[in-house]
Write a protein that binds this ligand. Structure first.
Ligand SMILES: [Zn+2]
Length: 113
């Protein structure tokens, strides 16, 4: 699969610096903690971001850029979960966790916060 994210921990740390605002239309406005640029992330039918990464990802395929990851973390935390981004190839522990495929070689595992 092309467009795999290989530096998942770095992307996840970057995602933690973004601020996420839910808009009235159900999309999310994500402001970068580093550049202050604002991006729009939609979650339906798949999570998509309008940043450069998102523009290079074929439509219909979820984007796993730091902005999308920030939105996943936000949605998870509102349901009382802590989301952790991992490589889809990394072996998951035997703990039963919810696993969300996220595209670009990334999955999220959820545990109660
Ligand atoms: Zn993005």
């Amino acid at each position: 699969m092309k467009n795999k994210i290989v530096n998942i921990p770095q992307v996840e740390s970057k995602a933690k610096t973004h601020s996420v605002i839910l808009m009235e239309d159900g999309s999310y406005q994500v402001q970068s903690g580093t550049t202050r640029n604002t991006y729009t992330v939609v979650v339906d039918p798949v999570i998509r971001c309008n940043c450069k990464w998102g523009q290079y990802t074929k439509s219909g395929i979820p984007t796993a850029c730091s902005h999308s990851q920030a939105v996943v973390a936000e949605i998870a935390s509102q349901s009382g979960y802590k989301a952790k981004a991992r490589s889809e190839e990394a072996p998951l522990s035997s703990l039963k966790r919810k696993v969300l495929p996220h595209g670009n070689g990334v999955v999220f595992t959820l545990r109660l916060a």
